[in-house]
Design a binder for this molecule. Structure first.
Ligand SMILES: [Zn+2]
Length: 322
């Protein structure tokens, strides 16, 4: 890897330029609302965008719409110690944001700004607020503090309550086009990588593509594809493939990743099939994959290997080269 953009040095990602221009124009014309929901799929850089916007609000001398990076406020933000900036995150990744954390926000909003400017709070990911936290936030939205901006960064806005959504302005971030993502990814990932394949395997989400490269999940996905190829020509059996899958380390932490891989493969086979007759069974198989995913995510402690043996056996019946 040749170079890595870190949150401290990057402003916003190239595919966010128009969102940035729009919001900064609203800030400059004093039209920015007191609460925004920055929504869009995971791994496209919304949190980074929110942090930069927060810094822009606090900076004493923005340059060309961007935070200057040199003033006292910018230094405080960079040191993660700005008293007028509050980040509200779950205690652990994947856990809920709890009500006591949102109560901190209440105190933060009611106090006057310590540096004499704006106060900005970033909630990430906003959908991970539990019910009590979400109710506490609602009070905050009903009585917004003066010169206080709330940024709710959210992957799944449908999981926010309708009342919260109605009290914030929604800013939607789409998955960038390949034309926007490719130059950035090849710059940070290095020219030797297969950029299009990386983007394909990450559904076009550039930060996920980078993550795939950093962990070995891309390699693991390739070997999974090879296992399926072997299965399709009867060089392997569902039992053997299920055993091999169990041995893949990263799947311990994320057992549904391989279901997603299989889902995408089947979906792309359906697209290639052009209604040749097997589509209905294929669609039914996709439903089975969704069910299997739910089962794997449940707390029912399922027998993972058994689930895989069955999925692979069915897959082999459906897709084997005759
Ligand atoms: Zn500054």
């Amino acid at each position: 890897m040749s170079e890595k953009i870190t949150p401290a040095t990057a402003m916003h990602y190239p595919w966010q330029a128009s969102h940035w221009a729009q919001l900064v124009a609203q800030v400059e014309q004093q039209l920015i609302p007191h609460a925004l929901i920055l929504s869009g799929p995971k791994h496209i850089g919304k949190y980074q965008f929110a942090l930069t916007l927060a810094q822009r609000m606090l900076c004493e001398a923005p340059v060309g719409g961007y935070p200057c990076g040199h003033c006292k406020q910018c230094h405080l933000v960079a040191a993660n110690s700005h008293p007028d900036m509050l980040k509200i995150l779950p205690e652990d990744e994947g856990k809920a944001i709890r009500v006591d954390t949102i109560r901190e926000l209440g105190d933060f909003s009611s106090k006057t700004s310590q540096q004499g400017g704006w106060k900005v709070a970033v909630i990430y990911p906003a959908e991970s607020m539990n019910l009590n936290a979400s109710n506490a936030l609602l009070k905050n939205l009903e009585e917004p503090g003066q010169n206080t901006l709330l940024l709710l960064v959210c992957h799944e806005p449908a999981r926010l309550s309708a009342t919260i959504r109605s009290r914030c302005r929604m800013v939607k971030f789409p998955v960038p086009s390949a034309i926007e993502a490719r130059p950035w990814l090849s710059q940070v990932a290095g020219q030797h990588e297969d950029i299009d394949q990386l983007l394909d395997h990450s559904d076009g989400r550039p930060l996920l593509a980078l993550k795939l490269l950093e962990t070995d999940s891309l390699e693991q996905r390739r070997s999974f594809e090879e296992m399926l190829d072997d299965l399709a020509v009867r060089r392997s059996t569902p039992l053997l493939v299920a055993e091999k899958l169990m041995a893949i380390k990263s799947l311990d932490k994320d057992p549904v990743a391989a279901v997603d891989w299989l889902y995408r493969r089947v979906a792309s086979d359906i697209r290639a099939d052009h209604g040749e007759g097997s589509s209905r069974l294929m669609f039914r198989y996709l439903d089975r994959l969704v069910q299997a995913k739910k089962l794997l995510q449940s707390r029912a402690n399922p027998n993972v290997q058994l689930i895989w043996e069955e999925l692979l056996l069915n897959w082999q019946h459906l897709f084997i080269k005759r």
